[in-house]
Write a protein that binds this ligand. Structure first.
Ligand code: SAH
Length: 231
């Protein structure tokens, strides 16, 4: 479904420019680029309406958070929420960007990011669309490039087929996940969990939430397309 263009979308985004960043000429090198302080850098890809990014930033004042969303109409809502939160309780540790995960290396320098969050990413159920899934190995290569050596990816979804596909992609690229739970909310890992908008909806319908986390290592065989060709 295509969302209709938000009324006055551009003006509304412009009004939120204090929390927005545009694509930099040189990729973001560290938290100092936008926050003038040294801190761990966390990134949510596909932030939707921004609830997770706002709450995660609020609970972790010592980190700097970026939230990327490719759909401008959706970003309007996230950005307005971020501005509202910042006015209520200033923490100045969150920036949002209208951007696509495919362009990650244009946004972030190699090994600049500490943690990547993928929350309820689009499932792209058709087999022919597998390469668009954010847990396709093509994206692993991009995450690996921008993450620090000890960086982590955290992925949550309600979608069992997407979750299983993600586990297969990890296995086939030689990565052993650190945490795997098919029922996050009833697991030991739920403490401190920040729920996203989608998560609240699905959990409200009684659906279990799946989560996995992983890191990259010298031993995995995640490769960029340039070095391996089309998969
Ligand atoms: N994380 C939110 C929204 C989940 S819906 C939540 O849990 O509530 C998935 C979101 O990811 C959508 O808003 C979609 O526009 C965005 N998205 C999908 N592919 C993307 C990509 N390649 N780059 C950036 N955002 C993407």
């Amino acid at each position: 479904m295509r969302m209709r263009k938000k009324k006055h979308g551009e003006e509304r985004l412009l009004a939120c420019r204090r929390v927005l960043v545009t694509k930099p000429e040189t990729p973001i090198a560290s938290s100092e680029t936008d926050f003038s302080r040294v801190a761990p850098l966390w990134l949510e890809i596909g932030c939707g309406k921004g609830g997770f990014a706002c709450e995660t930033a609020r609970r972790n004042p010592d980190i700097c958070m970026y939230a990327m969303e490719k759909v401008e109409n959706v970003m309007v809502i996230a950005a307005e929420q971020a501005v509202r939160r910042e006015e209520e309780r200033p923490t100045d540790n969150l920036r949002l960007m209208v951007g696509d995960a495919n362009d990650l290396p244009l946004w972030f320098s190699p090994h600049s990011v500490d943690k990547i969050f993928l929350n309820f990413s689009d499932p792209w159920p058709k087999k022919g669309h597998a390469k668009r899934r954010l847990t396709n190995r093509r994206f692993f290569a991009l995450y690996r490039e921008v993450l620090k050596a000890d960086g982590k990816v955290v992925f949550k979804t309600d979608n069992r087929p997407l979750f299983e596909y993600s586990l297969e992609e990890l296995s086939e690229t030689g990565i052993t996940p650190e945490i795997v739970t098919f029922d996050l909310h009833n697991s030991q890992y739920n403490e401190g969990n920040v729920m996203t908008e989608y998560e609240k909806n699905f959990a409200g319908l009684g659906m279990p939430i799946h989560m996995l986390t992983f890191s990259f290592s010298e031993k995995d065989n995640v490769r960029t397309e340039a070095s391996e060709g089309e998969k």
